[in-house]
Design a protein around this ligand. Structure first.
Ligand code: ADP
Ligand code: MG
Length: 279
């Protein structure tokens, strides 16, 4: 969608429920994500994000909702320093993402695990090798290639544990292109588990899987929050799943935050507002 006007369109948020009280207040912990006035206009004129203000604290699991085209993927790509904004600022894990270059940018990327919408597994390579390549984030390429091609017992065990936690331990030695879409999705999640990032960004990780698998994947992500103190930002299409597994829900519509609040039943009506397609 194209909107005429200046690059920064200050679209006011709809009066949300207790927006300020809920922002980043769930745990009172350190901020891991802090966007201010974050806007992104693509070269074709699409305003994917319009002055987004969003603060996420350590230990939150934030479900990002909103209709297709709302800006979820763009927000996650900016968070992972995979795209640049038109204006605004973003601090991730205390770093000013868009001023970082070279080694400091790579160092930040190592602290963020990403599960992309196109999960970009390497075909004809086994599930185990794909998972071990996830270690690339933390080490030189030659080192992760060595792990993938000639894993130590410990590495093999870690890959198996990650796959088994997602119920696909048996896929360890199978090439990923022989797996179903849902199994491939779980391999991508397992790879992110081994990456060990403090912040986990997951773009519709349950879009192509059945309900049971979706619940399993979200339970694993929630485990990262509850047991390992990581922070998860996950885009989802099903509000019911977000309500069940997330601690907080942020709804985007046409690039703006239209709801931000706790993931509990009393919030469900307000959270759904932004999901209605614009007329
Ligand atoms: P979502 O993930 O919620 O579906 P996106 O972030 O993919 O939303 O897209 C937000 C808006 O930006 C949409 O209008 C989309 O068409 C546009 N958009 C996304 N990626 C690009 C791109 N690479 N080039 C141009 N427009 C884009
Ligand atoms: Mg998307």
């Amino acid at each position: 969608m194209t909107t005429a006007g200046p690059a920064i369109t200050l679209t006011p948020r709809q009066p949300g429920r207790a927006l300020r009280e809920t922002q980043g207040a769930t745990t009172g912990g350190a901020l891991v994500f802090e966007a201010a006035g974050l806007s992104k206009r693509y070269p074709n004129g699409a305003d994917a994000l319009r002055a987004v203000d969003l603060r996420i604290s350590r230990g939150e699991m934030v479900g990002l909702l909103g209709p297709s085209g709302a800006g979820k993927t763009t927000l996650l790509r900016l968070a992972g320093a995979a795209a640049w904004p038109t204006s605004g600022s973003l601090r991730v894990l205390g770093e000013d993402v868009f001023s970082l270059r070279g080694g400091r940018l790579r160092a930040l990327r190592r602290r963020v695990a990403t599960i992309a919408q196109q999960h970009s597994l390497i075909p004809r390579v086994t599930a185990q090798q794909n998972v071990l390549l996830g270690l690339a984030g933390g080490r030189p390429l030659w080192s992760s290639l060595r792990s993938a091609l000639a894993p130590s017992d410990g590495e093999r065990a870690a890959a198996h544990r990650a796959l088994a936690s997602l119920n696909i331990g048996e896929a360890l030695d199978r090439p990923v292109d022989s797996l179903s879409g849902g199994q491939q999705q779980r391999v991508a999640v397992a790879r992110a588990l081994l990456q060990g990032g403090e912040l986990v960004l997951a773009d519709e990780p349950v879009a192509s899987v059945d309900q049971e698998t979706a619940e399993q994947i979200l339970a694993v992500l929630r485990h990262l929050v509850d047991e390992e103190g990581r922070t998860v930002l996950v885009s989802l299409h099903q509000r019911a799943l977000a309500m069940r597994f997330c601690t907080r829900i942020v709804t985007l519509a046409r690039g703006a935050v239209v709801y931000d609040g706790p993931a509990d039943e009393t919030a469900s009506d307000a959270a759904s507002d932004g999901e209605r397609p614009a007329l």
